[in-house]
Every structure is written in structure tokens, then in C-alpha cells.
Design a protein around this ligand. Structure first.
Ligand code: AKG
Length: 294
């Protein structure tokens, strides 16, 4: 990883520029992929580190550790700041870049869990949806193991959603788009390990169960334009990744070391603020459970 853990990324090495064609695709479709980020050795190292954390915790990352884990693990803090990701993000949302959230989104082999059709911005309560997700594949992500699927061109306006209750739905509020969708238009965001997709906070997307015997894991990084706060001026915490602080969030700090007690205490606070942002208007959706992703 090339990002600096302590410094903000101003003036760091720049290597992740998008081509004009990629920028046009994003503007038209609300998604662009594949974008090469990590080489084979780097992505294998990330997966090995994740599996080591999982192995110490009965084979699964507990949900409380899987919300903003970049505040707990130094290598994820580095990844969130990696210029190969942030350069591309900057081209799409501007020079001031905040990280609003991170999580691993994993499906084991033969996993019935799925992600319903939704727009990410629905429950983020941002003042405006100048935000996107960098979804970095740590394993192959293909149709048969439940890759992300996107309805291109649906990022231009918010649409109504309803919360649902299906236990296999991986979303925090199990929300889904209310209106009928022509899912025959969906595209499969197939990625090789080390590649990312970038999807707009309003593009309608979801994913199917993993029908294969192979794990599918991505690391989702939610980036927000630095001049976009929470709606109604509500206070939240975020990580300044690049550029200028507009004073809209309390800024998060780098972990001193993996699972350092001070980092763990700060993480718990960030997590509470983030969860209340998503769940406060529907506390029953929050009762006793945390999402598999934010
Ligand atoms: O990883 C998945 O299956 C769904 C991804 C998703 O909904 C997201 O990153 O916003």
C-alpha cells in the first residue's frame, strides 16, 4: 500500500487517473469499471490480513468491527488513502474528499444472502448526493458468485424505497426500490481481485446470492465530496482523505496500531454516530442488529 497513515494525501504520488472515456461512462451510467488498483501480491496480502482477523474471531468479522474498520486497522487506513483509488475519486467528486464509511461485503460459497435493488444515498442523509462507492474486489467477483449488478443511468434522481424484513438481505434497513424495475437492463460488475468499480450514490444496484463454491469479497469505501455535510446540519464523523476540511464533520484519526485501545474507543464513537445517521428515523430496524454493510 502506498498511502501515508498519518498525513492527509495532499501532494502525494498520483497514479489513479481515469481516462476521458471512463469519466464519460461514469457520467452516463453512474458506474465505471474495471479500474486497476492493487497488483496480485498486494490484493493477496489484503485478503490474507482479512482472513487472519476473521480466523481470530470464529471465522467471521463481527458486524461491529465491519463498520469503518479503517479506523481500527492501519492497512485499511492506508487503503482508503491510496492515490490509485483517491485520484480517480477526486476526478468524479472534486478535490476535497472525505471517507464517510467502509465495510467488507462478503458472501461465502453457497450463500443465500443478497442485496436488494437500492440507492446508497437513501439512508445516508447527505445534504446532496455528491458521493460514490469504490468497491475493491479482494476475490474474483463474477455473476456466479454474486457480483454487484447495476441499472445504468439510474443515478440522476432519488426514487422511493421501503424497508423490508428478509433475513437474507444484507442491507442494514433491508431497503428496496418501490417502483417496478426493468432488471433485464442490469449490468454485471465483474471484477478480478485488485480491480475496483466506482458507483454513484444514486445508481440503483444490488446483488444476487452466491451460487458458486467460491468466496466473494469486496471492500466498499464510501467517499463524499468535502463540501457536503449531513442534511439539516446533523453532526457526524468522517475521515478527511484529501484536500481541504470544510468543517462539516468531526474528523477521524488514524489508528495508532491495529486494534489499539485508543483507536477502538474512537471507533466505537464513530460507529454510534454513523449508525444513528442511518437508523434514527426507524429505530426498530436497528434493534439488536447491525448491517452486513452500511
Ligand atoms: O457487495 C454487494 O453485493 C452490494 C454492494 C453494495 O450494495 C454497495 O457497495 O453499495
Amino acid at each position: 500500500m502506498t498511502g501515508k497513515r498519518t498525513g492527509q494525501a495532499n501532494g502525494g504520488p498520483r497514479s489513479g487517473r481515469l481516462t476521458e472515456a471512463q469519466r464519460k461512462t461514469y457520467a452516463r451510467d453512474g458506474v465505471v469499471f474495471p479500474v486497476d488498483v492493487l497488483d496480485g501480491a498486494e490484493v493477496a496480502d489484503c485478503l490474507r490480513r482479512l482472513e487472519a482477523v476473521e480466523a481470530e474471531r470464529a471465522g467471521r468479522l463481527p458486524p461491529a468491527l465491519n463498520a469503518k474498520p479503517h479506523l481500527l486497522l492501519t492497512w485499511l487506513w492506508d487503503l482508503v488513502h491510496d492515490p490509485r483509488i483517491v485520484d480517480a475519486v477526486e476526478e468524479l467528486i472534486g478535490p476535497d474528499v472525505l471517507c464517510w464509511g467502509t465495510s467488507f461485503i462478503s458472501k461465502t460459497g453457497h450463500d443465500d444472502r443478497f442485496v436488494s435493488w437500492h440507492q446508497d444515498a437513501t439512508h445516508w442523509k447527505l445534504a446532496r448526493p455528491a458521493a460514490l462507492t469504490a468497491w475493491l474486489a479482494l476475490t474474483p467477483s463474477r455473476r456466479d458468485n454474486g457480483c454487484v449488478r447495476v441499472l445504468p443511468g439510474t443515478h440522476l434522481a432519488p426514487v422511493p424505497h421501503e424497508d423490508t424484513t428478509d433475513r437474507d438481505n444484507m442491507l442494514g434497513r433491508k431497503e428496496r426500490v418501490l417502483e417496478p424495475l426493468d432488471v433485464s437492463r442490469a449490468i454485471d460488475v465483474e471484477l478480478e481481485p485488485g480491480q475496483m468499480s466506482l458507483h454513484h450514490a444514486l445508481v440503483i444496484h444490488g446483488s444476487d446470492p452466491n451460487r458458486s463454491g467460491r468466496r466473494r469479497t469486496g471492500f466498499a469505501i464510501r467517499y463524499v465530496a468535502g463540501n457536503v455535510g449531513q442534511a439539516g446540519g446533523r453532526r457526524n464523523l468522517a475521515t478527511l482523505v484529501r484536500g481541504r476540511d470544510h468543517g462539516l464533520y468531526e474528523l477521524e484519526q488514524a489508528p495508532e496500531a491495529d486494534f489499539h485501545p485508543d483507536a477502538a474507543a474512537r471507533h466505537a464513537r464513530s460507529l454510534r454516530a454513523g449508525m444513528s445517521m442511518i437508523f434514527d428515523d426507524n429505530p426498530s430496524a436497528h434493534a439488536g442488529r447491525r448491517p452486513d454493510r452500511d
